[in-house]
Design a protein around this ligand. Sequence first.
Ligand SMILES: Nc1nc2c(ncn2[C@@H]2O[C@H](COP(=O)(O)OP(=O)(O)O)[C@@H](O)[C@H]2O)c(=O)[nH]1
Ligand SMILES: [Mg+2]
Length: 348
Amino acid sequence: MREMEDIFNGRFNYPYVFLNDGPFDENFMSMPWSLTKATVKFGQIPQEHWSYPDWIDQEKAREERKKIQDNKVMYGGNESYRHMCRFESGFFYQHPIMQQFEMYWRLEPGIQYLCDINYDPFLYMKQRNIKYGWTIGIYELMSTVPTLWKSVRKFMETHRELIPEHNSLWWVSRDNGTTHNGCHFWSNFEIADLSFYRGEAYSKFFDFLDHEGGFFYERWGDAPVHSIAAAMFLQKEEVHWFEDIGYLHPGWQHCPSGDAWLKNRCTCDASDKDKTITNAGWGKCSHEWKLLPDTPQEIRRPIIKHTYTRISISHYNFVIIAIYMPFFYLVSVVHGPNLLAAKIYSYI
Ligand SMILES: Nc1nc2c(ncn2[C@@H]2O[C@H](COP(=O)(O)OP(=O)(O)O)[C@@H](O)[C@H]2O)c(=O)[nH]1
Ligand SMILES: [Mg+2]
């Protein structure tokens, strides 16, 4: 949060929202006030957004978790991680605090911003009618989503009317929808227009996937769900690669190069092959985005040419949101220092 203030929000003062499945402790809630002048809100997630829907067989879910854990899949045996992924897929934008906001920017523990951001990405998107912004595109661990694409195909067959002809599906499937290549926007960073999630297409899509059960019987992440939805329902011009934003989430970083690196005072090393997403390997997806054909001019959704003064957006229409788990220190003590606990512990 301090970094966010330093590189961007200290000048823009967008409000922060913290959401948690349990109550926040007083100590945690007192911290942000020393870091920001912006409004900070804390919200508890309603139980129905962080629990099993009645069509899920919890015994089967437990057995499947065990199998996935035995196969050493990351977070394979973790039950709360599944609730988190389902919440981030279908409910965060429905939280009562979020109702007043039009757009959001997701923040997570352990991330770093590596360059200054000298303009307002919310307005940048708004002025160009961009619905979804990302920095890192990466391949998925396919063992977490073995049947996701089968479900997506079922949805596509029954909801053709929701899918525009010039979508971005090529980015997630190179064989005309037969298979999923695993490319997804790494959703630990995303700036998006909440109307995308609240609209008919996404709502029906999430509801359909939720009934398929893969959030619990497999380990479907919100990243592939958001990404496939963006690819399916949006045209290329409505999705934007923030190539100029230097960003690190433990594991990978996107480091701008050339003029942007200098101008924005980046601290990262673009040639660091162990961290930087490049045009090869895991990061190939990012660069392949550029190979996606443009939507023909004549059928592009109208690009709204607002000027700053003509759009009546107050700062309070946009929000920076984080979800936080104060109990992970406890987890690390009870279960030993697994990767997740260690990461969260170091953040706390
Ligand atoms: N409140 C709450 N947040 C969680 C829980 N599990 C994960 N999160 C949050 O979900 C986001 C993703 O979790 P993270 O551990 O970073 O997983 P990764 O980025 O997929 O490796 C972070 O914002 C975490 O704080 C949970 O059980 N409760
Ligand atoms: Mg994370």
